[in-house]
Design a binder for this molecule. Structure first.
Ligand code: WQD
Length: 323
């Protein structure tokens, strides 16, 4: 039983590698190292550096490592970039999963986990988003994730592969400072950057129809994301017919204002104030998961709260930006 983790040198993939190796599962990593870093991998985990678009490379890796299950986290993940370069996103995220599924089927791999996103829901007009809430992505990134889910499910049904699509909500935090996300395009790192530069954090819109006027999201610790993968991977081993589509969130809404307050407390920049900027196009007022289905299906619930996410993210940010 060997798991291939694509994107295993990336932010989420490296946390999945860590959780699976800690649980005694043998893993091998495929990563093209465009945004991943080899030093994110624990000692002893083999890294095959190459692209999920390279079929010959994948055939060799699946064969040489006798892979029996795949966790596919390798993807492009920036919404704004996906609007600017949609064809790049379709190539990496849609063609990538197609080539990988094709190789998996040919190699007789029987388990496939796909990293999906709450972005498949677009701007859901419900209090809690369930897996039955209609999918209506509003940007190419979300579209590629939805197509990836469809392809994964269809391939699984037709070729006897157990599958899971995990829809991550807003991921934050890090298991260790070294594993923290490098990108600075989400709320937590963007606020860190402003505070460290001696500036007030930006709040994109404070006139939304929410309790304090700022957008509400469901933030989840990346270690919880990783433990959800482990739980799903085990289910796919137990149930060869599984076809799971699950939200991975905490089921708790936190506003931008609340999040900024916690960040100010954790970083010590309590006097920074706030700067209200115009709304960012495409931002839904509220996106919060119903986390009922994943609890019922896998017995999984999130363990970490907002403070632990912010504290661990700050340790990672401080490591890369020494004072
Ligand atoms: C959160 C809230 C901003 C920065 C995105 C993708 C989603 C998923 C996760 C990958 C929003 C506000 C932000 C700032 C702010 N990606 N904000 N000031 O947009 O909910 O989700 O990342 O799977 O698909 O869409 O996350 O962290 O960018 O923003 O006020 O400096 O914080 O407007 O309301 P988002 P985010």
């Amino acid at each position: 039983m060997t798991w291939l983790i694509t994107g295993g040198a990336g932010f989420i993939g490296s946390h999945v590698v860590r959780a699976m190796t800690a649980a005694g599962e043998p893993v091998v990593v495929v990563d093209d190292l465009t945004s991943g870093r080899a030093d994110r991998l624990p000692a002893g985990v083999p890294l095959e550096s190459g692209s999920v678009l390279d079929r010959d490379f994948l055939d060799r890796v699946l064969r040489e490592h006798a892979v029996t299950g795949i966790v596919h986290t390798a993807a492009k993940k920036q919404v704004a970039e996906s609007v600017a370069k949609p064809l790049l996103y379709y190539r990496q995220n849609v063609e990538g999963v197609r080539v990988l599924l094709d190789a998996a089927v040919a190699a007789g791999v029987r388990r496939f986990l796909f990293s999906s996103s709450a972005a498949v829901y677009g701007t859901p007009d419900v209090d809690l988003v369930t897996e039955k809430t209609p999918c209506a992505p509003i940007n190419p990134y979300g579209e590629t994730k939805l197509v990836g889910e469809w392809m994964t499910g269809a391939a699984g049904r037709s070729h006897g592969m157990a599958t899971a699509a995990l829809r991550y909500f807003n991921v934050a935090g890090a298991a260790t400072p070294e594993l923290a996300d490098k990108g600075a395009y989400n709320l937590v790192p963007m606020v860190f950057e402003r505070l460290a530069a001696g500036r007030a954090p930006l709040v994109f819109g404070d006139d939304y129809p929410t309790p304090d006027g700022t957008c509400v999201r469901d933030y989840i610790h990346v270690e919880d994301i990783a433990s959800a993968h482990l739980a799903a991977a085990r289910r796919l081993v137990e149930d060869p017919r599984a076809e799971l589509v699950l939200n991975v969130g905490r089921g708790e809404g936190v506003s931008v204002r609340e999040m900024v307050r916690v960040i100010q407390e954790v970083t010590g920049f309590t006097d920074s104030g706030l700067e209200v900027a115009p709304r960012r196009p495409g931002d839904p007022a509220r996106v919060v998961a119903s986390a009922d289905l994943i609890r019922e299906e896998l017995g999984w619930t999130a363990r970490y709260g907002i403070r632990e996410m912010v504290e661990s993210a700050w340790r990672g940010w401080s490591l890369r930006h020494p004072a």
